[in-house]
Design a protein around this ligand. Structure first.
Ligand code: UGA
Length: 433
């Protein structure tokens, strides 16, 4: 049993802290946002993540998990301190490290015994060393401490499951003692632990996300070719995915990647490369293809309708992917304002991301939690998120509700024959109309 403090109660911090408590440690999750902490203290959970609320309640009840805004005290009480604060994208694309730097200073000022300080946030190479030097500058006495990079690989929507059963843990540190402590913490979660240097661990995180993003843009480029040559990208994915060297995951063509990670981390990797004098052309092309996918789907819709002006368009899905209410870098945030500015009335559906979207888009569209109500009198239906509710649509009912049976599907949910049988004009990605 270790005493762990997790600083930052965002996605990564909250999930990691809760899972460490679940595996038998004493965990304090802290944040300088008092409103967030008060909400957690009252049983609220700021994010939607399957299984998280239940696990928090269970561990709070057991006394293994608690929340506080007193970061200084939480630092003093811990043996292991996880830094899980945000590293937002600055306007240049570079990761903004101001939160990390502030936390490092507070840690330095409050170290009172040996501590292992671990970065969980996705941080550029060299940040571990930067944290080390900030802590050293602010130490009140010469207490020993070690720095570790232990990147996070969880996916939103599957975060709890993937943390409790992770495929691998990466632990970057020069210290044998710190490695011992952090690897013990991960033993309940995985038997595959890779020990590397601090810098290597930091790069592994960016390389993993950039590689996955590359797979997505690659298959989207192939999809764009498929449309021109009369091929079917879903079959191409299947055909290449059967090769175990390629693998069948992350080869789903669509409107490109969104979310809080891939867009931010690919941009940050371009910066990291530039800083060390390397032109990472491949990742720049990955980002370009990704942006293009959002434009292409709107063009398809526009071409099919003749004009957007005066049309009613039902947008299905606001979250960047299913099982989350996260709308960060979601295609809907670009596409809805474009449709609206071009004179369309947008009726938008999402089972859980409506409130989040309202905060960002306001009344640029009408919001619905009932999928069928969204489709009433629509000239076109535009699918942006592959929610189960969309996959299970009663297509007869959809046809009756819509003014004309036009579906533009950014997620390739339905098969072409079915849509033809139902009499839809069905436009998808990388397949024939
Ligand atoms: C991603 C990584 O998958 C995690 O391993 C990583 O830990 C996380 O970023 C992070 O850095 O924190 P996440 O952003 O939650 O996780 O979501 P993914 O499931 O990876 O999906 C990302 C985007 O790619 C979504 O917009 C999704 O729709 C899109 N995608 C995914 C595709 O367009 N095609 C695919 O085949 C797969």
């Amino acid at each position: 049993m270790k005493k762990i403090t997790v600083i930052g109660t965002g996605y990564v911090g909250l999930v990691s802290g809760t899972c460490f408590a679940e595996s038998g440690n004493q965990v304090i999750c802290c944040d300088n946002d008092e409103r967030k902490i008060n909400n957690l203290l009252q049983g609220g959970v700021p994010i939607y993540e399957p299984g998280l609320k239940e696990l928090i309640e269970k561990n709070v009840k057991k006394g293994t998990l608690c929340f506080t805004s007193n970061i200084k005290q939480a630092i003093r009480e811990a043996e292991v301190i996880y830094i899980a604060v945000g590293t937002p994208m600055s306007p240049s694309g570079e990761a903004d490290l101001s939160f990390v730097e502030q936390v490092a200073k507070t840690i330095g000022e409050n170290v009172n015994s040996y501590k292992v300080i671990v970065t969980k946030s996705t941080v550029p190479v060299g940040t571990g060393r930067l944290i080390e030097s900030i802590i050293k500058q602010h130490l009140r006495e010469d207490y020993p401490f070690d720095i570790v990079s232990n990147p996070e690989f969880l996916r939103e929507g599957a975060a709890i499951k993937e943390t409790l059963n992770m495929e691998r843990a990466v632990i970057g540190t020069e210290s044998d003692m710190a490695y011992q402590i952090i690897s013990e913490l991960h033993q309940p979660f995985t038997s595959t632990i890779l020990r590397v240097s601090l810098e290597t661990a930091e790069i592994i995180k960016y390389a993993a996300n950039a590689f996955l993003a590359t797979k997505i843009s690659f298959i989207n480029d192939i999809a764009n070719i498929c449309e021109r040559v009369g091929a079917d990208v879903t079959k191409v994915s299947e055909g290449i995915g059967l090769d175990s060297r390629i693998g069948n995951k992350f080869l789903q063509a669509g409107i490109g990647f969104g979310g809080s990670c891939f867009p931010k981390d690919t941009a940050a990797l371009v910066h990291i490369s530039q800083k060390c004098g390397y032109d990472f052309k491949l990742i720049k092309a990955v980002m370009e293809t990704n942006e293009g996918q959002r434009v292409k789907i709107v063009e398809k819709l526009k071409d099919a309708l003749g004009t957007l002006n005066g049309k009613t368009i039902s947008v299905l899905g606001l979250a960047f992917k299913p099982d989350t209410n996260d709308i960060r870098s979601s295609p809907a945030l670009d596409i809805i304002p474009y449709l609206s500015v071009n004179g369309a009335t947008v009726r938008a559906f999402d089972p859980i991301a409506v409130e989040e979207t309202k905060k960002q888009l306001g009344y640029q569209c009408l919001y619905f939690k009932d999928i069928y109500e969204t489709l009433e009198n629509a000239d076109a239906c535009l699918i942006l998120t592959d929610w189960l509710q969309v996959k299970h649509l009663d297509l007869n009912k959809v046809k009756e509700l819509m003014r004309q049976p036009l579906i533009v599907d950014g997620r390739n949910i339905f098969d072409l024959e079915t849509m033809q049988e139902f009499g839809f004009t069905y436009l998808s990605i990388g397949r024939q109309p």
